[in-house]
Design a protein. Sequence first.
Length: 338
Amino acid sequence: MSEHRWQKVAQKLKDILLTDVEWGRLDSRPEGMQHSGDSDVLVFPTDRTRGLWVAGSVSDREKQLISLLVEREKEEMSTGRGRSPKNQLIAWLREVEQSRDAFSALPSLGGRFTLSERIPFYVARCGEHVLTGEKEVIRVIQSFFDEQVWVLAMSTRDYLLLPLAGIVYEGDEAEEWQEMLWHWADGLVEMFTSELSEDVRAVVHPPVETIEELGKAWLEIKQTFSLGMALHPGRRVFATWDMALERLLQALPREERRAFLEDVASASHTWWKDQEMRETLETFFRLNLNVSETARQLYVHRNTLLYRLDKLKQETGRDVRRFEDAILIRLALLMTKP
């Protein structure tokens, strides 16, 4: 829970002192300071095993200020003072990610979400370098949701956004709200691309009302993001309600996966190594087995598409125009992602 906070303290000191500052184990000098002499490195313990490592020449006054800052941070962490409800929520969500025991000690923000029903959106910055400062990122996000959003900076690279449901969700039918939330998430990605030139991915979850619901949603969001990036790296938006098959596959032992593939492939495994066939099938499934629309999306003649599907049927004995066979082939595609 305190790791992120000490890392932010280290970054703040680095900016002020204009020297290298890192938070790490007391018994292992940080990698970036391996070549510094003992007299050039100071350590300020933050607990029994970790501390702030400060490189370079530091005056006595600066040493005193660092010591005072460390003591103040330790006191605030132990008493909970100086932590806004938002920061308490961030800290608790990090604990939830490490252990489900955190659900037995909900943060003291009230039994229900005090700011009414909210929709969790998760945004991860996936570019090699983070180009935009946190203040500017938050400003743009606030503008996107007309200031009616909580922005939880889980790290410098990922944010949990909690806008009021009323500004996003207006439909009653399940299909309506799912499509609406997906389009909002896609709009978020587009905003990061156009306004901040950032490469991001987004995850969206149905509305939550309580802190406990938010904790469970956070676990689903992180799992969805992990599965999505592994199995669908080309997608920009993932929805937690749209990953049932992927979760099922993750839970299967390796031997059962192999047996399933052998059964589906009927002794011929080559079809899923064909990139053209993979693209054809993934588009076909994404467009709900619609032959005409798939041909249009792939820029091929309808007969060309039918030829590919018939070829697959000959190799596997499975006709993906039939719902039952389509599910089996889709599972096989997911299991054989490169």
